[in-house]
Design a protein around this ligand. Structure first.
Ligand code: FES
Length: 414
């Protein structure tokens, strides 16, 4: 999953949305077709290096159903004291989990539904997982039990905001299905941190039984009387008193927001769900949100096909005198490749640097984020990086091909 924040009122998505996107400092030059060959590795001594985003084995301490129809679970992990700093997170962030399922290494990104306070007090983090029928990883996760363990990458993501106890603010969220997961963390943190703020969640589901975290939301409402406002929309149930019926499309959302939410007073919006819902919500908010409101967006998937298994062997090298040079900086080491230039930099580099961080390989999760420090790339499809990150030269290496003869991407910069 994932994506990001834009100033508001939101017009057409800039950093989010389908189709090619050229990052600042990039060009639309068509890539030269061709291959890979390694060269040497050197140490980038003296360069500030961030802690490498690497997997840690975390124990599962609980697996609990979080939907009445059994279609979703929450998995809680224990974080050893020595790793609490590594796994410190902001509400709205997500983690990548990894497991070998049926002999295939499988990675998925899931949002954290717990709060930083729970990590501090209890040493746990918790993720919400919709169990997809036939889904390789989600079925595996649903069968986990306390005592099992999974490989987990530290939290990443820019979906969120900084809460301030002195602030009095109205927050709003529009979510569908498992899109409620990061918003549960955000709402819990906002209400606990800002005693004078309120949070409204417009929450679309097929049925009441398929709704995730109904119990947690009810508890949150009880803990903060009058400050959490829930508006439900069920697409496959008859409208009931207080419950809007039908799919949460643009028309219904406009109706719900204007009749039940008073959107002009909401200062920050959080949108999370499938691309169509997020796009509809942005369009509606561009008309009904108050001036200056911020809109943060997060996608779980783009609706496009999932990429094939990442390559484990190098691609065929380019003919002599052709191709492009790609230099990858990770964990203080530089690896230089000669590539044809028609594949994403991540795919070309993985056979040589298998520890490179990634998850979706589809422009959504931002796990593969790196900064272009030399040359230019052409990036197509970014659903994760903010305008600020793009302006600073960050790219998604899973969606970027070299656009100049030499390119250096740095995974170590903060
Ligand atoms: S955006 Fe998910 S791996 Fe690149």
């Amino acid at each position: 999953m994932t994506a990001t924040t834009t100033p508001a009122p939101p017009a057409a998505p800039a950093a989010t949305g389908p189709g090619p996107l050229t990052a600042p400092g990039t060009t639309a030059t068509p890539p030269t077709p061709s291959t890979t060959v390694t060269a040497g590795e050197t140490t980038t001594a003296g360069v500030p290096v961030r802690a490498r985003l690497r997997f840690h084995r975390l124990a599962v301490t609980a697996v609990e159903p979080v939907a009445a129809d059994g279609s979703a679970v929450a998995v809680t992990f224990g974080v050893p004291a020595a790793l609490r700093g590594t796994f410190a997170f902001a509400p709205g962030q997500h983690v990548t989990v990894r497991a070998v399922v049926s002999g295939v290494e499988t990675r998925r990104s899931y949002s954290l539904c717990s709060t930083p306070a729970e990590l501090e007090r209890h040493g746990t983090i918790r993720i919400g997982i919709r169990v997809v029928p036939g889904g390789r990883f989600s079925s595996h996760a649903a069968a986990l039990a306390a005592g099992d363990a999974l490989d987990v990458l530290p939290p990443v993501g820019a979906f969120g905001t900084a809460f301030d106890p002195a602030r009095r603010r109205r927050y709003g969220a529009v979510v569908a299905g498992s899109g409620v997961t990061p918003v549960l963390s955000l709402a819990a943190a906002a209400l606990a941190t800002e005693p004078h703020s309120t949070f409204t969640v417009v929450y679309g589901n097929r049925t009441a039984d398929s709704m995730m975290f109904a119990g947690e939301l009810a508890d949150l409402k009880d803990r903060h009387p009058g400050r959490l406002h829930l508006v439900h929309s069920f697409s496959r149930e008859e409208p009931r008193l207080g419950l809007a019926g039908g799919r949460l499309d643009a028309g219904r959302l406009a109706d719900v927001l204007t009749r039940l939410v008073a959107p002009e007073g909401v200062r920050e919006w959080f949108l999370c769900g499938p691309e169509g819902m997020v796009r509809d919500a942005r369009r509606v908010l561009s008309e009904v949100a108050g001036e200056g409101a911020a809109v943060h967006t997060e996608l779980f998937h783009t609706g496009g096909p999932s990429p094939a298994t990442p390559p484990a062997t190098p691609a065929v090298p380019p003919p002599a005198g052709q191709g492009r040079e790609v230099r990858v900086l990770l964990d203080g080491r530089a690896t230089t490749l000669r590539v044809r230039g028609d594949r994403p930099i991540l795919d070309d580099a993985l056979p040589y640097r298998p520890e490179l961080p990634y998850s979706c390989r589809n422009g959504v999760c931002a796990t593969c984020r790196a900064r272009v420090v030399d040359g230019e790339v052409r990036m197509s499809g970014n659903w994760a990086l903010t305008e600020e990150e793009l302006a600073a030269g960050y790219v998604l290496t899973c969606r970027s091909v070299p656009a100049t003869d030499r390119v250096t991407v740095d995974f170590d910069v903060v």
